[in-house]
Design a protein around this ligand. Structure first.
Ligand code: MG
Length: 371
């Protein structure tokens, strides 16, 4: 396999509603879409990276820079046989996992198309559909939040995740828990607390949460291990897990009992599968988190989520929930809380090139040196 030309598209989609987490608000989302040309056609990837560095250090701007100036030149015109080979070509660039994820995704798309199989099948995944949960930001008022939860539960979504922050935590969760006692419920703190908050965090143990996600430092392992020793509620790590080595360290230290795998910030599907396999061997469940993904990244997430140890509902809710338009057709939608895993060749979705063009705010094409 070989990429002869790669076009980076900065694609902007407007959200149906602004999203508020502990660190930021967003009413539109930019992602970097990777269009990679091979002799046989086009493969697609998507870097589902935030615009600001309040979640992890990378941003749309850093991804653009690292792809254009380092990663794309490193792979253009080079021959590779498997996505792991392409990953090796990218390895001299340290970190920059969001940037790498778009190329890794395109490599899986090209690789699977070449074999006439779906990416899910090439990854060794067998599930035909996956259970979907929904994630809600910190809403301005209780009525709005409750209405959204109510309609998501009525639509069949299998789990509800709420963003929490100091002052917007125990009371909100308790109210939601009373209103929906049976719904699996996750609280995601996006690193808004410290160990000084231990007394407050211990109060969450009475709420029967499915897990408490990333309560402490974004790059911490030790304090989370200390916290987990004091909590019955499973701690889940998200931001702290950017590689299989991070996952191995977390399991060794006892920093969590669940891991949220996001292909976008572990460098793509190749590393996501490694983390899945490590956790499966250790008996630690994983689930697939979302990054407000557009359709391409959503399809990739579905492919890896079809692996067997992704045993908890994923953030793969239909994109229609978040965006008025998408860049694939037809869009991915959930039915009774289940989302089918694309089974066609490659990522198994058709990219709407007109939509990509219409929503692109910046674009650059690089060619292999001899072309
Ligand atoms: Mg999270």
């Amino acid at each position: 396999m070989r990429f002869d030309a790669i076009t980076l598209h900065r694609v902007r989609l407007r959200r149906r509603e602004p999203f508020v987490a502990s660190g930021h608000t967003a009413d539109w989302i930019d992602h970097v879409v990777v269009e990679a040309e091979t002799v046989d056609g086009v493969a697609w990837g998507e870097c589902a990276v935030p615009s600001d560095p309040y979640y992890l250090p990378e941003t749309v701007e850093t991804v653009w820079h690292v792809l254009r100036d380092f990663l794309v030149p490193a792979v253009l015109g080079r021959t590779w046989s498997t996505p792991e080979d392409l990953e090796t070509l990218c390895a001299p660039v340290r970190g920059n996992y969001f940037a790498k994820s778009g190329l890794d995704m395109a490599a899986w798309d090209a690789f699977a198309r070449d074999r006439g199989q779906s990416v899910a099948a090439c990854l060794g995944a067998t599930a035909k559909s996956v259970a979907a949960g929904v994630s809600f930001g910190i809403e301005a008022d209780a009525g709005t939040l409750d209405a959204r939860i109510g309609s998501a539960v009525a639509a069949g979504y299998r789990r509800v995740k709420l963003k929490i922050a100091p002052g917007r935590d125990v009371d909100t969760l308790r109210r939601v828990r009373r209103a929906w006692p049976e719904v699996p419920l996750i609280a995601d703190a996006n690193s808004a607390y410290t160990l000084d908050d231990l007394p407050l965090l211990r109060r969450l143990d009475d709420l029967g949460l499915m897990m408490l996600e990333q309560p402490l430092g974004w790059d911490d392992m030790l304090d989370h291990a200390e916290l987990q020793r004091h909590l019955r509620t499973p701690v889940c790590l998200d931001e702290s897990i950017c590689s299989v080595r991070d996952a191995a360290l977390a399991l060794r230290l006892g920093s969590c009992r669940v891991i949220a795998i996001k292909p976008a910030h572990v460098g793509g599907l190749t590393e996501a599968r490694r983390i899945h396999d490590l956790c499966a061997a250790a008996g630690v469940p994983v689930w697939c988190g979302g990054m407000h993904d557009f359709g391409i990244a959503r399809a990739a997430n579905l492919a890896v989520t079809a692996l067997p140890n992704f045993s908890m509902p994923a953030d793969v809710a239909g994109s229609d929930l978040y965006y008025a338009a998408d860049i694939i057709k037809p869009p991915i939608v959930a039915e009774d809380g289940m989302v089918p895993v694309p089974s066609g060749p490659g990522l198994g979705v058709t990219v709407d090139v007109d939509a990509v063009r219409d929503h692109t705010v910046d674009r650059v094409t690089l060619h292999r040196p001899s072309a």
